[in-house]
Design a protein around this ligand. Sequence first.
Ligand code: SAH
Length: 392
Amino acid sequence: MILKPKRARPFFGRHPWVLEGAVLRVDGTPADGDVVDLATHDGMFVARGLWNAASKLRVRLYAFDPATKLDAALWQSRLEAAIDLRRALGRNDPYGGTRLVNSEGDGLSGLIVDRYAEYLCVQVTGLAMSLRLESICESLQTLLTPRGILLRGAERGLSKLEGLHLPDRVVRGVAPTGPIFVTEHGLKFGIDLTEGQKTGFYLDQRDNRQAAAQLAQGRRVLDMFCYSGGFSVACAVQGSASSVLAVDSSLKATSMARANADLNGAKNVTVETADAFEKMQALQVAGEKYGLVILDPPKFARSRASLDDAVRAYHRINRLAVDLLEPGGVLVTCSCSGAVSREDFLMMLSGVAQRSGRSIQMLACRGAAADHPVNVNCLEGEYLKCVIGTIG
Ligand code: SAH
């Protein structure tokens, strides 16, 4: 695959995505998933990757020297390196949950593997990886001997972008018949991985839940977008919050949050099924005040195109949260929209401080837990922001 003149620099910088616009021409007729070499317009080798004509992301790169073959041995060695890294991070608790493979962050663009105790969940976001799924699962089985390997469909939209149609299925072993349990910093959480439910658990927030809990002592906590209650349980049990109100619009989420609070003996957690915007407005009208508010909404921006709308939505919920905080209260505010940069997010908060007439003192600006490594040559992988601040 020959690059247009002056388009090779990102790939000398090891960026793993070759977009269709960079392609000058293709010598030969690669099928989707085939190995292709990337060369400059004057014939110099740049990198080796996998082709997908159906995607704007025409080639994903996996090697930057001509000697490296893209074969089963390479995938296995990348998987081994990824697993070794988690071991080095102390993330090998057999009862815990860990992201074992984080796509570009582990040199395996298009592949995500999460371990939930004895089960592995594989998510494929690139067509070329889907064609190599059998050998990848074979390696995972050999390296980790899980009880089951479950394939989970990629996020909505992503599969369309890649021309990828992968139904959920059990690839190896068995699926759990009921909820399974993982421990996180000594707390226990139930996760529903049974087919048709496949909700999983947000592993990226593990350490941010602890950071929030450390500031929860004696405070009234409001956990908006609580999902299965990760922040709520940590604040109630380990943070000794005086009370926790956990809110999510999904009934499935709030029933999990209830169950997880009970599982950990957190008696002062109230769980409510409601829309976050409406609930915060209602709390404001009722004159309620909190000492700690957590905001962990779903992705508001799916692309740069929806950035303005997303920033407005972040502004709205953060403004509502700030208005609910007593002076000296703590805001833990997250964004998992990759399209919203850290700078955009901080600018939004600056706007909230101005409009509300309150000061926001930033205590920490955090990201995903370390088992979600980011390739510095592909900062698109750095999606999670978690800003902790006190409100004056
Ligand atoms: N904080 C959670 C993860 C949150 S994921 C954790 O630590 O595990 C985002 C959640 O927002 C989902 O559970 C989703 O059901 C919920 N959600 C989406 N739109 C919402 C809305 N308008 N109001 C309340 N909850 C919403």
